[in-house]
Structure formats: structure tokens, C-alpha cells
Design a binder for this molecule. Structure first.
Ligand SMILES: [Zn+2]
Length: 85
């Protein structure tokens, strides 16, 4: 059975494969669609509502133990909206 992860946006559990991993590495906060990048990761559904909930009130930043800049969140939002992730 595929391992499950919790979405930091809606707090629901889903199979790892349907969630998008976001990773905090030396390069900053970035999406990790393959789920293989080194660094501390957090998972969100590929839904605007979950990303917004994750970005609100520092939820994602806390999960990644880093600061989340507005442009990093904005880039994730754009990439998700255009279907790049
Ligand atoms: Zn979610």
C-alpha cells in the first residue's frame, strides 16, 4: 500500500502520490514534484484552497521550519494554477 501523508493545508491524509511535496533546501522553498529532493518537506494537495490554507498564518513555513517569502508562495501558486505541478 502506498504510504500516506498529511496535507498541511486541510490536514487530510492522502496517498503520497496525489500530494505535492514542497521542500526547503539551500535554494529556498521549492516544489518537489518527484518527491526526491533533499531537505525538509511538507505535503499539500494540488488544490488552490489547500495551498492558500498552507500559506496562511505561517502553517507551511512552520512545517518547513523556515520563513516563507511571499514571492515563494506566489510562485507556487502560479505554478499550481498553470498546471505546471
Ligand atoms: Zn489538502
Amino acid at each position: 500500500m502506498e504510504p500516506t501523508r498529511t496535507c498541511v493545508g486541510c490536514r487530510e491524509t492522502s496517498p503520497k502520490g496525489v500530494l505535492l511535496r514542497i521542500v526547503h533546501s539551500a535554494a529556498g522553498v521549492q516544489p518537489d514534484p518527484d518527491g526526491t529532493a533533499p531537505g525538509r518537506g511538507a505535503y499539500v494537495h494540488r488544490r488552490a484552497a489547500c495551498l492558500e490554507a498552507a500559506g496562511a498564518e505561517g502553517v507551511l513555513a512552520r512545517a518547513l521550519r523556515t520563513g516563507l517569502r511571499p514571492d515563494e508562495l506566489g510562485r507556487l501558486r502560479d505554478q499550481m494554477r498553470t498546471g505546471a505541478l
